[in-house]
Design a binder for this molecule. Structure first.
Ligand code: VG1
Ligand code: CO
Length: 544
């Protein structure tokens, strides 16, 4: 083992977005590109001497090569112990679990989550801190600063490490352990949920479900938990083997990309329950027989029923939701007499609230739900929460959902995504909206009058940091709200996200199609922002 110092120059644009640094694989493959960013992480968290680092990823193309590079650099930067998922695999929630369990200094997770994988697709790298959560903004800003001033990075000359067999290896003084990526996470799930009750659901074969792992990272986790520990029939988990290109699919668990699964929940021989996860296993889509559960409702329903679940039987202390998420969870919080916090998009904003014990559950409209058991959103956790709830209530999913609406009213919600639009025109559109905020109140669009409009800023009640320009909110006189923001996870052009939600409590109007219930609001959104003119698109690419 020979230490080496490599002279390098900064690359522009190494700025982490909503969830780490995401770029095309070819960009990461440029000489020094990845190394620069890894060294920038180490420089901003260092000194690293004597510490433990967790390393793993979602198995996408370039995962293994990257892990070898990071192992060498971590050794050269003085880490004394590296915990690496076998085969280079660790789902995002499992990485969070391992960091916490072994009290690591932090972890590096390689993923571009729901973005496609493969040689011409996307790659990503993110750092999670000692609490197991995504690096907060002040840390990611520091990483960016480091990347813009970097002059050298440190590595060692050594053979590749065998990532496939469990056990201990060593480079110089750095101990490397290849760990089972599933077991610690599966044990944690078993400590939170009533496994015997869920196993009871599966016993006898009356309750049938399918879990679509989308050839991404959750396959091994779902197999171990659902099939091995809970006794669901073999084959319950489909697309279970992680592939470097996710089988050519798009590992985004929504009704568009998990079409096959959705169709198995409909019609004569429909299953009772279906679920899917994204690339790195932190998101979930949950379906019942002829019933799609909107993630905003899912958060609210889990919160309202948390006391029925062993891990939360003592009650929940508070809830948080990202700003574009519907206000369904707020109604549950109000009835429980607890706080509901509204944060910017991205899990990094939940960390302080969780660490300070201000919240127990949190979630985002983008199919992310989680709790204080780790510091990441957690797809399988949400699936198990639902299974546990079904086992306790012994009711179909659709009934649990409609009972919830009957009690709290329904927050109709939809998100319209315009993907890969021209970046300049998308930014101009948001700028124009920002400049018109003062004039909007009182104006009418599609027959709705604007009550108020603002650009969302967040003041963190724990560390008092500020996050500004987090999305344009327009509130209308029918109680409806539209939010406009640009995605921070894409790698090509810009993605415009338009979120619409509106509350309804009339018992006869709780079962509409959201697109119909929100039709006027959607029209108003288009008129306020001039979406069609700015994007040149007649319709969104993805509707959720
Ligand atoms: C999207 C979602 C956001 C989520 C983020 C990371 O961000 O909207 O809610 O936290 O992805 O999730 P954006 O900036 O593209 O809207 V994941 O599963 O990609 O780590
Ligand atoms: Co993800």
């Amino acid at each position: 083992m020979k230490p080496i110092t490599v002279i390098t120059k900064p690359f522009p644009g190494q700025k982490p977005g909503t969830s780490g640094l995401r770029k095309k694989v070819v960009e990461f493959q440029q000489p020094h590109y990845l190394e620069n960013f890894v060294q920038s992480i180490f420089n901003s968290i260092g000194p690293c001497d004597g510490h433990t680092l967790v390393i793993g990823g979602d198995g996408r193309f370039y995962n293994r090569e990257t892990i070898q590079i990071i192992i060498r650099m971590a050794a050269a930067n003085g880490f004394s112990r590296l915990l690496v998922g076998q085969g280079g695999i660790l789902s995002t929630p499992a990485a969070s679990c391992v960091i916490r369990k072994y009290q690591a200094f932090g972890g590096i997770v390689l993923s571009a989550s729901h973005n496609p994988g493969g040689p011409s697709e996307d790659f990503g790298i993110k750092y999670n801190a000692a609490n197991g959560g995504p690096a907060p903004e002040k840390m990611t800003n520091e990483m960016y600063q480091q990347s813009q001033n970097i002059q050298e990075y440190f590595s060692v000359e050594s053979e590749d490490i065998d990532l496939d067999s469990l056990g201990k290896r060593q480079i110089g003084d750095t101990k490397i352990e290849i760990i089972d990526p599933v077991i610690d996470y599966a044990d944690l799930m078993e400590s939170k949920f009533d496994f015997p009750a869920i196993a009871g659901l599966f016993a006898g074969g009356k309750f049938r479900m399918c879990f679509d792992a989308m050839h991404a990272v959750t396959g091994p986790y779902a197999r171990e938990i659902l099939e091995n520990r809970l006794g669901a029939s073999k084959g319950t988990v489909v697309n279970a083997i992680p592939l470097t290109d996710f089988g050519g699919g798009h590992p985004d668990p929504n009704q568009v990309h998990a079409k096959e699964l959705v169709s198995r929940l409909k019609g004569q021989n429909a299953l009772d329950f279906g679920a899917a996860s994204d690339g790195d296993g932190d998101r979930n889509m949950v379906l019942g027989k002829d019933c799609y559960i909107n993630p905003c409702d899912s958060l609210a329903i889990l919160a309202a029923n948390a006391k029925l679940i062993p891990g939360y039987s003592g009650g929940i202390v508070g809830i948080a939701r990202s700003m574009p998420t519907s206000r369904a969870a707020d109604r549950v919080a109000a009835s429980l007499g607890i706080e509901c916090y509204e944060t910017p998009t991205g899990w990094k904003f939940f960390g302080n609230l969780l660490d300070a014990g201000k919240i127990t559950l949190c979630g985002e409209e983008s199919f992310g739900t989680g709790s204080d058991h780790v510091r990441e959103k957690d797809g399988l956790w949400a699936v198990l929460f639902w299974l546990n709830l079904i086992a306790v209530k012994q009711l179909p999913v659709a009934t649990i959902v409609s009972d919830h609406w009957a009690q709290y009213g329904r927050d109709y919600f939809t998100r319209h995504d315009y993907e890969g639009v021209n970046s300049d025109s998308a930014h101009q559109m948001i700028d124009r909206l920002r400049q018109s905020l003062d004039e909007l109140p009182g104006q009418e669009f599609a027959g709705l009058r604007v009550d108020s409009a603002d650009d969302f800023s967040y003041h963190d009640p724990v560390d008092h940091s500020e996050a500004t320009k987090q999305g344009i909110r327009v509130y209308f006189n029918n109680g409806g709200r539209v939010v406009f923001r640009l995605s921070g996870t894409g790698t090509e052009g810009a993605t415009l996200r338009v979120y619409c939600d509106c509350y309804e409590d009339s018992p006869t109007r709780l079962a509409q199609d959201p697109q119909e219930a929100l039709a006027v609001l959607i029209k108003a959104a288009d008129q306020v922002a001039g979406i069609k003119q700015s994007t040149g698109r007649m319709a969104p690419d993805v509707i959720t």
